[in-house]
Design a protein around this ligand. Sequence first.
Ligand code: MIC
Ligand code: SF4
Length: 638
Amino acid sequence: MGQNITHKIFSSHLVEGEMAPGREIGLKIDQTLTQDATGTMAYLEFEAIGIPSVRTELSVSYIDHNTLQTGFENADDHKFLQSAAAGFGVYFSRAGNGICHQVHLERFGVPGKTLLGSDSHTPTCGGLGMLAIGAGGLDVAVAMAGYPFYLQMPRVINIRLHGKPAPWVAAKDIILEVLRRLSVKGGVGKVLEYTGDGVAWLSVPERATITNMGAELGATSSIFPSDEVTKRFLTAQGRAGAFAELIPDPDAVYDEVVEINLAELEPLIALPHMPDNVVRIAGVAGQKVDQVFIGSCTNSSYTDLMRVAAILKGKTVHPEVSLVIAPGSRQVLHGLASNGALTDLIASGARLLECACGPCVGVGQAPASGGVSLRTSNRNFEGRSGTADAGVYLVSCEAAAAAALTGKITDPRDLGDPIEIAMPERFPVDDRMIIPPPEQKENIQLVMGPNIKPLPQTSPLPDEIAGEVLLKLGDNITTDHIMPAGAKVLPLRSNIPAISMHAFERVDPTFAERSLAAGGGIIVGGSNYGQGSSREHAVLAPLYLGIKAVIAKSFARIHMQNLVNFGLLPLVFVKEEDYEDIEAGDRLVIEEVRGRLAANSLQVRNVTRDKTYPVKHSLSERQIEIMLAGGLLKYVKN
Ligand code: MIC
Ligand code: SF4
């Protein structure tokens, strides 16, 4: 039986288990990446494991999220990360060099290799045929220490792209169409593998736009073949030697097939406040726009911004619109500067930001009250922009540039003749902002400023869990609900006691204080609880506040793994209707927890309502041992 691309990489990296969907497998990890907002914890965790140097082929530490320095905190974190990189044998991509996913695609990604990153959009490198997976910082630390990465073997969904996209239909529209069809939980437990004749029309950065937003479907990863297009991209990056062809066998089998005819697609838009809330732009055209943001790891490549520059050339941004642009990397900015496109952007009135995440994660450029912001980024969750009542819409670069000129949501097809941007034969390669680890590591001290607080301690699973339901939540609760990001909170990522006071603040500002006063309690969630980011802080903060368990209808992959890694029990209702029965304030008791875990026969007693609900978990034997030990760090050290 022929193999698909995903299975080829899985089988060449399999170190434990059987590749049957749903079964736990262990994978060898070739490369890792961390970013500054998750990286401080990851390197503290790596230090706690006690291995002197990383054992991967390559590990890179990026500074890209916390680059706004309104106090000492972020700069302290950068110094710590630079010293950790030097000490542990990690490459260090300096602040301003670009967003981790864009830079990794340009400079490090290798077809056929595995990459584990402490950021949910790590699958961006799937655009060049790499099996790239997002995970919590501790999982990445353990992989840096040379241990396998464990996950449930995903099902492989083949997304077959047929035909050629019509003019003004972008890669962004393809992934928005996938989101429209499959929803924000449609990728859970799956790898999305793109094949078909339509793939040939897409450049590597366009493919990366698509694999990037596989994260918004909750997919384990997304991947494209490595073909002639990949070879040209790597050659233009001066990395032809990294190329290896990777295509599915002609008789490859898949668990499911989704067909998309690219020729039939139209420009699309995701309406507030979920990335799967997708409609045709033509259907909502005309609505007034206050802000346009072009950037993020989804849409900030050289060709993306060249298209924007061509649209804006000789024109002026609409007087009612603030247009902000953040190039994805220094290489992109360099390319725009040396060919004059940057002048066109500046002349049009665009406001240039540094090469970093910026507004995508609420670091600056919060929209006006009740404002409408059109963005090329990937998440439009309520409040993530920094303005609680703003509406964020997700679009392609072309649609964003069109709206910046007209001041309203505009179908880019109204712009007239399509724009062709050729891929450069050679990108302006300059790695001087990436510091390689030193040959000699003696005398390297970790620089720990006052913002870096010790790792929180976990304890072994108790035999009885009891507490009040402190919050009852609906479906699709994101990690941005649980642990908000943004310019005010992100600088506290290395300080768990301080950041914890912001947990759930957009849902219920009294949560942190109530939780501390009650000595902790239990959270009840709906389906797809914890979707979105990989941030461990969405577990560490509730843990710090005394949360003992989360009971939900279902969990997002990375968040559930993070809960287990820190010894917080993720439980699922056996009968979904029991969710309806529970109210905030009810007192719940789970008895014989340790004893019943292996048999998966736990029960929740609702003391307030005198009812008992059967609950289950989907933990592997290894994860049960992690829970009993009190988290992954303790388990690894044992
Ligand atoms: C995000 O896009 O939400 C982030 C910020 O990049 C997160 C990581 C983090 O919270 O630090 C992610 O996607 O994992
Ligand atoms: Fe950065 Fe936004 Fe990408 Fe997250 S989604 S890595 S915040 S650009």
